[in-house]
Design a binder for this molecule. Structure first.
Ligand SMILES: NC(=O)c1ccc[n+]([C@@H]2O[C@H](COP(=O)([O-])OP(=O)(O)OC[C@H]3O[C@@H](n4cnc5c(N)ncnc54)[C@H](O)[C@@H]3O)[C@@H](O)[C@H]2O)c1
Ligand SMILES: [Zn+2]
Length: 370
């Protein structure tokens, strides 16, 4: 498969390449040598347990590029995303005398890049880092855009920074060991792009459904399209100053609440969030009914597991804490047509009512209390 390069050119940061291809992890050193101006003497490969063998592959490939390659194992999943764990990584760099011309190479999903990216942002006011996402979700979303963060005081992503990577290397072959639930989670974000930003992804999903993730060539195309959509928004609104980046939040108001109340994987909650928010858009007059109907059928046919519906009171309490709430109003994200979304400020109580209507449509009478 050919190598695709998508460039991200954010307003406040240097532009960087996203490499997407098959088997490119073994060429990591050459890719960085030929496409970046980094000249590190040390590379620190930070990784999580389930991708240890991918991390060693990255390390070997970096041998010609850096004079010394060290490996650092992060705790797995969200465990890595605490200030304490980030400071342990910072301490490692400090004790080993890392300088600002050295680099951190992060191998893993969004949790690894959020946490180790945060350490890279803090250490010496910023040491360059490379993202090597190994989950579908991080390939199309978390690894691009420079949001790094940890959880604090029981709140997700509340401490963080905007700090862009110097390059992102996405080898689709690394996904072969990813559990199916995690693949679906990534597909949830792809559904989101399909109904707000990317008509090509919409056509692919309509035509191939969940097979988009099963056939390597389709998957690589879908990843390229997802990366392009994310990159475009990051370029327009790197630091969420203009309300443009909010479009990426389609499906996330209901989705985050569903995720918090049920514990299902983020992107799976987002897929159902897209469905419910599309119906809310119908109720409020922004979304054509046929679009919501089609989106619901798509999510059902792709086999996203559907959790029981928690009590609406619980969901509503969670949605009231959404970052798009502005007093009595909310900046709602709606799909207007496949590939086209919009952020529209509406009254919060009307929005919640529309969401409630949408959710009871999607769950029918089978409401469960949690
Ligand atoms: N910074 C952003 O813009 C952004 C965007 C979206 C999500 N996020 C964050 O990303 C995190 C979720 O990321 P995620 O969905 O990638 O999950 P994750 O990072 O939690 O990874 C899920 C699990 O899969 C394992 N794994 C990763 N790659 C694997 C592979 N190839 N084979 C087998 N196992 C593998 C991980 O080690 C982990 O156990 C959340 O913390 C979320 O807040 C950040
Ligand atoms: Zn998301």
């Amino acid at each position: 498969m050919r190598l695709n390069i998508v460039r991200v050119s954010p307003r406040y940061s240097r532009s960087y390449p996203v490499f997407i291809g098959s088997g490119i992890l073994g060429e990591l050193g050459e890719l960085l040598a030929s496409h970046t101006d980094l000249e590190p003497s040390r590379c620190l490969v930070a990784f999580q347990g389930p991708v240890a063998s991918l991390a060693s592959k990255a390390s070997s490939s970096l041998e010609g590029f850096c004079r010394a390659v060290d490996e650092y194992r992060l705790p797995d999943g969200e465990e890595a995303k605490s200030l304490e764990r980030v400071l342990e990584l910072v301490r490692y760099m400090h004790d080993h005398n890392y300088s600002r011309s050295d680099i951190v190479v992060i191998v893993g999903g969004g949790a690894a890049s959020d946490a180790a990216g945060m350490a890279a942002a803090l250490y010496k006011r910023g040491i360059p880092y490379i993202n090597i996402p190994t989950t579908l979700l991080s390939m199309v979303d978390a690894a691009i855009g420079g949001k790094v963060a940890v959880n604090y005081g029981g709140v997700k992503n509340v401490l963080g920074a905007f700090y862009q990577p110097s390059a992102v290397v996405e080898d689709v072959d690394t996904l072969s060991t990813l559990p199916w639930e995690e693949v679906l989670s990534g597909l949830g974000e792809i559904v989101k792009y399909a109904y707000t930003l990317n008509a090509k992804l919409h056509r692919m999903l309509r035509e191939h459904g969940v097979n988009v993730a099963k056939k390597p060539s389709l998957l690589a195309d879908a990843i390229v399209e997802g990366v392009k959509s994310k990159a475009r928004i990051v370029e327009l609104d790197e630091r969420e100053e203009y309300g443009v980046r909010e479009i990426l939040n389609f499906g996330h108001t209901f989705g985050h609440a569903l995720e918090a109340a049920t514990g299902i994987r983020h992107g799976i909650a987002v897929a159902w969030g897209c469905v419910v928010e599309a119906w809310a858009g119908v109720k409020l007059g922004y979304t054509p009914e046929r679009v919501a109907r089609e989106l619901e059928q798509l999510v059902e046919s792709m086999g996203f597991p559907k959790p029981g519906l928690p009590s609406f009171e619980r969901l509503e309490a969670l949605m009231r804490r959404d970052k798009k709430v502005r007093g009595e109003r909310i900046r709602g994200v709606f799909t207007l047509a496949p590939g086209r979304g919009a952020v529209i400020e509406v009254m919060l109580h009307e929005y919640l009512e529309a969401i409630r209507w949408g959710a009871s449509r999607v769950w029918g009478d089978k409401r469960e209390q949690h």
